[in-house]
Design a protein around this ligand. Structure first.
Ligand code: AMP
Length: 460
């Protein structure tokens, strides 16, 4: 087995690794670090949880230890798709570079330009940024990328999902072609392959086994149910979620609840809070400082339940989660693997529950095809929350057609059948994800209900 001491890292980096307490390099580190130290371009096919962050930060620190930063001309650049991921890379850098004098700046949205400008003006060795914010700085004329010696693109597949590829191409073109590039992606979509062919120079490909299967430590269950009335599906799911949380009892130390839509993240979090749970939420529209606070609270165990969207949670290093709840069946099958991979880490036990309504069945089929096994069904009593949320008008005594009210009352089966035959709402993935909340006023209310910690922007 490869040891850290075999990789060619200098004593100061080795000391920091020792302080963090890592015994042996992970496979992606063992493979990528020697090539990165040689100055080769590296194409790493690896996902979160493989130790890839140290796989690129450790050799960068080793190489940057020699040399000096110049004003407004950073020496290295790490691009990450989300603010949290960028912040996480920065945290890693700080840990591993504690015995090496390197100046670092983190350029992410939601933080004032002024402080970031000040750091860049002074000169930084390492710039960690999200693509949009980096280009904002560049366009303001505050930054030159012609001094970049090493450039890292982290989670390129997520960049693709988020529409950042044109930005990445533009950034590549602003850096010198002599730079060394370390490029990481969990998957190699054609668009990603094209970019690597254009901008990487004879890269060494290193790949760690894809996590196409789910861990054996994780007990997975899916609860398929059908609320009587489509209008109360959300409420029925929230009731079911609370039943599951209750049922898990002390086994549940902390958990993440994944929703497909941001609006549901808000609603679920508000609902759990109302029912006395310790809960926080993260999704892309929430203020950066708020997201960081929630995340810190969750990591410190101040918050027990985190309600999250996929994009916001992707790549976040949150150890020791006992439970994952899929409030919705993820539309992209791979997201299921990512989501439940938040639990059952490092040989620990984990539980993953998923709620599935009839219209989500096709996504469940896709997941089962991907993980190559049937997810065991869990029978739970369907919550009784099937009354329409909207208040019905009181019926007038002299209602002319009393039979009109009958079917819904006495023939739930027929009502369901009729529902199935009714034209289906848009089930297109993107459409569903981008769909605006049907009741923007309701959303506003949800936000207000977040409590004192909610920043003012949410109330806009
Ligand atoms: P990453 O895939 O970079 O997000 O890393 C996932 C987790 O693995 C982080 O909590 C790291 O601190 C941890 N980690 C990274 N390298 C090692 C190592 N060699 N041994 C043990 N844990 C590690």
């Amino acid at each position: 087995m490869t040891k850290f001491s075999d990789l060619g890292l200098g004593p100061k980096v080795m000391k920091a690794i020792n302080d963090v307490g890592y015994d042996t390099p992970t496979p992606i580190q063992a493979e990528a670090i020697p090539y990165a130290l040689e100055g080769r371009d590296v194409l790493g096919i690896a996902q979160t949880g493989t130790g890839k962050t140290a796989g690129f930060t450790l050799p960068m620190i080793h190489k940057l230890a020699r040399g000096r930063a110049r004003a407004r001309m950073p020496r290295s650049l790490v691009l990450a798709p989300t603010r949290e991921l960028a912040a996480q890379v920065a945290e890693n850098f700080e840990q591993y570079a504690k015995y090496v004098k390197l100046d670092m700046a983190l350029l992410i949205g939601g933080v004032s330009f002024k402080e970031q400008d000040r750091l860049i003006d002074r000169g930084v060795d390492v710039l960690i940024a999200t693509p949009g914010r980096l280009l904002d700085h560049f366009e303001r004329g505050k930054l030159l990328l012609t001094g970049i010696e090493i450039m890292v693109v982290d989670e390129a597949d997520r960049m693709l999902d988020m529409g950042f590829i044109p930005d990445i191409e533009r950034i590549f073109k602003l850096t010198p072609f002599t730079r060394q590039t370390l490029f990481f992606s969990a998957t190699m979509a054609p668009e990603i392959t094209r970019i690597t062919q254009e901008f990487l120079s004879n890269p060494q490909r290193v790949e760690v086994a894809r996590q196409a299967t789910t861990s054996e430590n994780i007990t997975q269950k899916v609860i398929c149910f059908k609320p009587e009335n489509r209008k109360v599906e959300g409420k029925a799911k929230r009731d079911m979620l609370r039943s599951l949380i209750k049922q898990e009892g002390d086994k549940l130390t902390n958990g993440i609840i994944f929703c497909n839509r941001k609006v549901d993240v808000d609603i679920v979090m508000k609902s759990l809070k109302k029912h006395g749970h310790s809960v926080g939420a993260i999704h892309g529209d929430l203020d950066q400082r708020y997201r960081m606070e929630v995340l810190a609270g969750f990591k410190n165990n101040d918050i027990t339940l985190l309600v999250a969207s996929d994009v916001a949670a992707r790549g976040l290093d949150i150890p020791d989660v006992t439970h994952v709840f899929n409030f919705d069946v993820p539309i992209h099958s791979e997201d299921y693997v990512h989501r439940i991979g938040r639990t059952g880490r490092a040989g620990r036990k984990g539980w993953a529950f998923m709620m599935c309504l009839p219209h989500e069945q096709k996504h469940l089929d896709g997941i089962e095809a991907l993980v190559k096994h049937e997810i065991p069904r869990l029978e739970m009593e369907t919550p009784k929350s099937t009354r329409p949320a909207r208040k019905e008008r009181p019926k007038k005594e002299r209602a002319p057609k009393p039979e009109a009210a009958k079917p819904a009352e006495v023939k739930p089966v027929e009502a369901n059948q009729a529902e199935e035959k009714a034209p289906k709402p848009a089930q297109n993935k993107q459409e569903n994800q981008n769909k605006k909340p049907r009741n923007p006023k309701g959303q506003g209310k949800a936000v207000k209900g977040l409590g004192d910690h909610v920043p003012a922007f949410l109330l806009r």
